[in-house]
Ligand binder design. Structure first.
Ligand code: APR
Length: 234
């Protein structure tokens, strides 16, 4: 790795597994016992708001039981030390990157500790249970829902992410299956823009063939090793 200045890192559920948070596509393809379509679509929210709100209430409450692992801390150390451009884009809705100290961070799929008003579209920080029909603190409508991007909805900050990928020299994907677009397409954008591309994942993923290199193993081991490598050449 030489002449790396601008870096984009994409993280997925695999980075939080060793903290005790289940992946989305675990055994049987279930997310904490539910089909993703039953808890993560606008249709599911309309059909059974109680179920969907309760599901995210449990996920939000579970954050109190977990802590960042060595992969989160290594990325936070990279953020502190890297002098050029760096953007860490996470698909995860947990708060483990920020609890490790990462600041240059975007939650493209939203965050458990946020609420979105279906009426006025304002997103606000939210902790604790969020029952259906909770009043929006901005517009007063009984329309707060979990601040999570559901399937079929546009992820956040796509313009900023596109700009960062367009000007990066290195794109690194960590702990993601490459099953969900648009994030699964970032490696292709990065390749088209001439960046080097590296995957760090437990196993080969849907997108492995598109990376210049894939390193297989645990995020808690691969990420600190890669961060040490990249900082050594800064
Ligand atoms: N270290 C590194 N990688 C790991 C580890 C680990 N300890 N454990 C699991 N993995 C890998 C798995 O092998 C898998 O390839 O992490 C990946 C997790 O894949 P998914 O469960 O599909 O999660 P992700 O890619 O983040 O999902 C993307 O899908 O459901 C939606 O919006 C949701 O953000 C989510 C998106």
């Amino acid at each position: 790795m030489h002449n790396i200045r601008n870096i984009v890192v994409l993280t997925g559920a695999g980075v939080s597994v060793e903290s005790g948070i289940a992946t989305f596509r675990g055994p049987g393809g279930l997310w904490e016992g539910h089909r993703v379509e039953d808890v993560c679509t606008p249709e599911a929210l309309r059909a059974d708001p109680e179920l969907v709100h309760r599901f995210y209430d449990l996920r939000r409450a579970a954050l109190k039981q977990v802590a960042p692992n060595a992969a989160h801390f290594a990325l936070a150390a990279l953020d502190r030390a890297w002098k050029d451009e760096l953007l860490i884009v996470t698909q995860n809705v947990d708060d483990l990157h920020e609890r490790a100290g990462t600041q240059r961070l975007l939650h493209m799929h939203g965050a458990l500790q946020s609420a979105l008003c279906a009426e006025c579209g304002i997103r606000t920080a939210h902790d604790g249970p969020l029952p259906p029909a909770t009043l929006c603190t901005t517009c007063g409508a009984p329309a707060l829902r979990p601040g999570i991007v559901f399937f079929g909805e546009m992820p956040y900050s796509m313009d900023r992410i596109g700009d960062a990928i367009g000007s990066c020299d290195l794109f690194v994907s960590i702990g993601t299956s490459g099953a969900v677009y648009p994030a699964a397409g970032f490696v292709e954008w990065a390749n088209d823009c001439g960046a080097a591309t590296l995957e760090l994942n437990l196993e080969r993923s849907g997108g492995s063939d598109q990376f210049d290199a894939s390193r297989l193993g645990l995020a808690s081991e691969l990420v600190p090793a890669w961060v040490a490598e990249v900082l050594a050449q800064q």
